[in-house]
Ligand binder design. Structure first.
Ligand SMILES: [Zn+2]
Length: 143
């Protein structure tokens, strides 16, 4: 078994490895206690090498200020939504959508929408007129 070198472990800890190299190092660390110990030692060395924060509390506050939710905009307040709903309600009420039309306007609409008499109706009317005229003439002759 070929052990992992110190350079490979340091590169693995510093995330300077390819996917294949990472897989190879991890596979070996699962099965080799010696290299796992070298890896643990390397992790401790890395932690001590990290820079220390001069004021951790101030640093935390700066981060929290950056990720704090933004202030609400004027259209995000519920009072605005109630006002908008009231304005829409008034507009709809004023337009008459909520009130049924009165009878006069309904009759006016009915007469406006009445269809023109069909051709068969006109033909029937003319036929009746001719028959009436014949009847009148026939009656006059008989008398
Ligand atoms: Zn090993």
């Amino acid at each position: 078994m070929k052990h992992t070198t110190m350079e490979e472990i340091q590169a693995y800890i510093g995330d300077r490895v390819t996917t294949e190299q990472r897989t190879a190092v991890e596979d070996h660390l699962y099965s080799c206690v010696e290299c796992l110990q070298v890896y643990m030692d390397g992790l401790e060395t890395c932690q001590t090498n990290l820079p220390s924060l001069p004021d951790p509390e101030q640093w935390t506050n700066q981060i929290m200020d950056r990720i704090a939710p933004p202030r609400k905009r004027w259209y995000e307040y519920s009072l605005f939504h109630y006002g908008a709903a009231a304005v829409i309600m008034l507009a709809v009420t004023a337009s008459g959508l909520f009130f049924p039309p009165n009878e006069a306007s309904m009759e006016q609409r009915a007469s406006e929408t009445q269809p023109a008499p069909s051709y068969s109706d006109k033909l029937m009317q003319q036929t009746l007129t001719v028959l009436d005229q014949l009847k009148e003439k026939g009656g006059a002759v008989r008398e």
